[in-house]
Design a protein around this ligand. Structure first.
Ligand code: NAG
Ligand code: NAG
Ligand code: NAG
Ligand code: NAG
Ligand code: NAG
Ligand code: NAG
Ligand code: NAG
Ligand code: NAG
Ligand code: NAG
Length: 789
């Protein structure tokens, strides 16, 4: 007891004593120079303040002194050029911290309100200036650059800016702002603080005007409101805290902010503990103007708009410029023809100078822009046709995007198509160009003024709208990555995820499915883990298929989240579908049969999913096993196709075909039995069967029905031929659009033709189901076969 008391007294004494003057204090008159004494260390030597080499010269900053890889956490006057070797950093005798570059050129490092009487590099990484009564009058923690350290408070209205590149610490292209509306948001630089430009947000809008970001020593980043209440943990924290583990949070030059850790005793490099997104295409504008970001092997790559080329081939993220020097159309450039080149599945900043909502088809939109000499690009989408000026910004590939971008490109001269980008080179006539420059300038100037006024009005409206948008988003954080990268799991990880494969939720042709729970941000995500059986052993094949499946992305496909390829264990992790399969939905649902309209919607959606697999994804995928058991229903009762892309992995049997597929009686196309080559048309056949099942709401083979009704396809054709379609409607009371009913039956009968070439493509099927094309009277499904025999 007494010992404790003595200890307390002693420590109290020392803390008072140390308040007077610490040995680590830097006294007035001290100086640093790159050549000799280049830095001041913190007491335990973790951090250093002073000169560090940068480019050809030196910069002033704070870095981790005990980590071999130079990690700078703060830089003074970050946008200034490096200083030469003979520069001096001085804590002047009148209490100012200054940097002398050349004789007479003196720059202040710390703008303090009063003169300092000492300074100190603290072990927290904070460099502070003290007044004579030892209150802090300036600290580096108050003006962070791109990094926060544990213990540092990041108050409302402050921003962190990323660096320009790995080697250039000057202000880069991204910012993280602690807004005074309570939201912590990431934007590109030079944008308004509105939802339209945000690419990540903490989702804490409306939690008061004094919310701050705080950083614990266990790596937890969290938001406190004015009353000190923890309103959100940005990172969960609870990461290892040994005396030698250090953390930092940095807005990296690629726009993602990450939490890193390092062990001072290990001489290792930094490891990422947490990141704001794992999709490097998320940060808006990481590809520069007129370029869009695509994911390649989990890395961001930049592609140019058609007719554009990189500003700098070595630094593709700087954006793209026109190949042709002819910027605009008009009678002046008679010898140059312009065309509108389409680019689909990309998303861009929505900042049109004019939106024509009356235009409802692509062609009109294309022409409208082509004929308007102010229009450099047009976007045709749900809102109509919006005319845009260049540059187009914040582009990224988005497989879900239905809007199409048209880019105006000069087409005279030689046209060369480079990978994925059509590049157009122009022969120009310089004399003529000069003549028209004046005219163009006048026209352009006039137009520019009109455009300016228009955009001012539009931008104003847009901002008000966008702000409302971000505020209504309240609790759902922005920036949910649209293309989650496929994750590779170890077997033991998945054992944990599925609680040692405890909860079995199904069995399919490829193996058993278990329920699991995967940490995702701060919440748990329910997943379905499929343990593959009977698949080929080939490593290469497996990886290839995983890649192909991982690249698919459609609202009517079950999303693959990750896989495990661990020794003999092959497992797939899928998003979890909460509403069972289409088979349950159609045939054994407790709430009774789904309505006619619901069924029509389901049929069209399944068709779209298959169309995507056949024609719209990067590698064509033949499903080979379309059946109601392989179509799952999500929480909104929207159908999603499962198990696609796996057919190639099945072990072939002796006859060279896939046994388990042939096993799915009632859905396989006749060519399987005839050992003919399998094409996409095999899926069309299976879809036809499923379509008839959906329309008639019964199984294709129904043993409860006797005689002619037992086999749906035969019976359906008989009814159709005999003009007795009402027999197929099981529930007479149901309100069914009779014409639509007949259309659907006709589509189904076309799909189930024995002869593959007679079956329509999925594209055609979708058009027929949507009612945009006429459907001829289908022949008897087996007529071709009987004729051939
Ligand atoms: C470097 O610092 C030490 C004390 O920290 C001092 O004794 C020495 O004079 C300094 N050298 C120069 C060149 O400033
Ligand atoms: C450093 O050297 C350059 C010439 O090499 C000179 O112009 C400059 O004044 C010097 N700076 C100082 C602080 O002496
Ligand atoms: C230190 O001095 C300043 C004025 O120079 C004063 O505002 C502040 O309250 C003083 N702090 C302490 C702890 O005495
Ligand atoms: C801080 O958050 C708590 C809990 O949400 C709330 O009760 C309190 O009023 C908030 N304080 C302010 C100033 O908004
Ligand atoms: C803001 O909140 C912090 C606590 O999170 C508090 O210390 C500070 O005084 C508050 N500032 C204002 C201006 O309310
Ligand atoms: C944040 O994390 C801490 C420690 O893990 C926990 O005690 C606290 O309840 C969490 N707060 C919120 C708002 O989730
Ligand atoms: C630390 O690692 C670097 C290279 O990673 C090596 O050059 C250096 O010698 C190592 N230092 C110690 C003390 O092991
Ligand atoms: C994000 O962090 C995870 C580890 O937590 C890492 O595997 C992934 O590569 C990171 N992504 C990026 C883009 O940094
Ligand atoms: C792009 O084209 C170049 C030659 O023009 C070729 O070397 C390169 O492999 C192509 N890249 C892709 C991804 O097709």
């Amino acid at each position: 007891m007494a010992a404790v008391l003595v200890f307390l007294l002693l420590s109290a004494f020392f803390s008072v004593a140390s308040a007077q003057l610490k040995s680590s204090d830097i006294i007035l008159g001290s100086s640093l120079s790159p050549a000799t004494n280049s830095s001041w260390l913190s007491p335990s030597g973790i951090f250093a303040f002073g000169f560090y080499p940068l480019g050809e010269g030196f910069a002033v900053g704070i870095w981790f002194a005990r980590i071999p890889e130079k990690t700078v956490v703060w830089r003074a006057n970050r946008d200034d050029p490096p200083v030469p070797r003979n520069a001096t950093l001085l804590l002047t005798s009148d209490g100012r911290l200054t940097l002398q570059k050349t004789q007479g050129q003196i720059k202040t490092i710390a703008e303090a309100s009063q003169s300092a009487s000492s300074a100190s590099m603290l072990d927290s990484g904070n460099f502070v200036l003290y007044s004579s009564n030892r209150s802090v009058i300036w600290q580096s923690f108050d003006s962070p650059t791109d990094t926060l350290l544990p213990g540092q408070r990041f108050p409302a209205d402050k921003q962190l800016f990323s660096s320009n590149s790995k080697v250039d610490p000057s202000t880069g292209r991204f910012r993280l702002k602690m807004q005074n509306d309570g939201n912590l948001v990431q934007y590109p630089i030079q944008t308004p603080d509105t939802g339209a430009y945000a690419y990540w947000a903490s989702g804490t809008f409306g939690q008061g005007n004094n919310v701050s970001l705080n950083f614990n020593s266990d790596g937890r980043l969290y938001l406190l409101n004015t009353t000190g209440f923890n309103i959100k943990n940005v990172t969960v924290g609870g990461f290892p805290t040994t005396r030698t583990t250090v953390y930092r949070m940095t807005v990296d030059f690629d726009g993602i902010f990450r939490l890193y850790s390092n062990r001072l005793d290990r001489n290792s490099s930094w490891s990422i503990v947490w990141n704001s997104t794992s999709n490097p295409c998320d940060p808006k504008g990481n590809c520069g103007p007129n370029a869009f970001c695509i994911l390649m092997d989990q890395r961001a790559a930049c592609n140019c708009l058609p007719g554009f080329d990189y500003v700098d081939k070595e630094q593709q993220s700087l954006g793209c410029k026109r190949i042709s020097s002819a910027e605009n159309c008009g009678d002046q450039n008679k010898h140059i023809k312009f065309d509108m080149v389409p680019l689909d599945r990309t998303t861009w900043e929505n900042d049109p100078y004019l939106t024509l909502s009356s235009i409802t088809n692509q062609e009109d939109c294309r022409v409208a822009c082509l004929e308007d000499c102010n229009c450099e690009a047009a976007v045709f989408g749900d809102q109509g046709c919006s005319k845009q000026k260049l540059p187009l910004r914040y582009g990224r590939r988005n497989l879900d995007e239905s809007a199409i971008v048209f880019v105006k490109v000069g087409t005279e001269g030689t046209t060369s198509i480079t990978n994925g980008t059509s590049a157009v080179a122009l022969k120009e006539n310089k004399n003529e160009t000069r003549k028209v420059i004046l005219i163009i300038s006048v026209v352009f100037f006039t137009c520019a003024i009109v455009v300016l006024v228009l955009s001012a009005v539009l931008i104003h409206r847009h901002r008000v709208w966008a702000y409302k948008k971000i505020s209504t988003q309240g609790t759902t954080p922005l920036g949910v990555p649209e293309e989650i990268a496929l994750r590779s799991f170890t077997y033991s990880e998945l054992e944990k995820v599925t609680w040692s494969f405890k909860e079995k939720i199904g069995r399919g042709s490829f193996g058993t499915v278990f329920k699991g729970s995967l940490p995702s941000g701060q919440c748990q995500r329910i997943v379905a883990v499929k343990r593959l059986e009977k698949v080929v052993d080939g490593e290469q094949e497996f990886q290839t298929e995983m890649k192909a499946i991982g690249r698919t992305h459609h609202r009517n496909l079950v999303r693959l989240l990750g896989y495990c390829n661990d020794g003999p264990n092959r497992l797939l992790v899928y998003e979890y579908m909460s509403n069972g399969s289409l088979a349950d939905f159609l045939f054994i649902r407790s709430e009774g049969r789904p309505s006619w309209d619901q069924r029509v919607g389901i049929a069209v959606n399944i068709a779209r999913g298959i169309l995507y697999l056949h024609e719209e994804c990067e590698t064509q995928i033949i499903h080979c096993d379309i059946k109601p058991q392989n179509i799952l229903m999500d929480e909104y009762q929207c159908p999603k196709i499962a198990d696609f892309g796996l057919a190639k992995l099945l072990k072939p049997d002796q006859s060279g075909t896939f046994t388990s597929i042939r096993g799915t009686r009632g859905y396989v196309a006749p060519e399987w039995h005839r050992k003919l080559p399998i094409t996409v048309k095999a899926d069309v056949y299976s879809f036809g069967i499923v379509l008839l099942e959906i329309v008639c709401c019964r199984r294709s083979v129904d043993n409860d029905n006797s005689g002619e009704e037992a086999i749906l396809v035969d019976w359906a054709y008989d009814c159709f031929k005999g003009g007795e379609l009402h027999k197929l409607m099981r529930n007479e009371e149901e309100v069914v659009d009779k014409r639509k009913f007949e259309r659907m039956i006709r589509v189904g009968l076309w799909c189930i033709q024995d002869e593959p070439s007679l079956r329509p493509s999925m594209k055609k099927v979708v058009l027929m189901l949507e009612g945009t094309v006429d459907i001829p009277i289908p022949p008897c499904p087996s007529s071709f076969l009987s004729a051939a025999i």
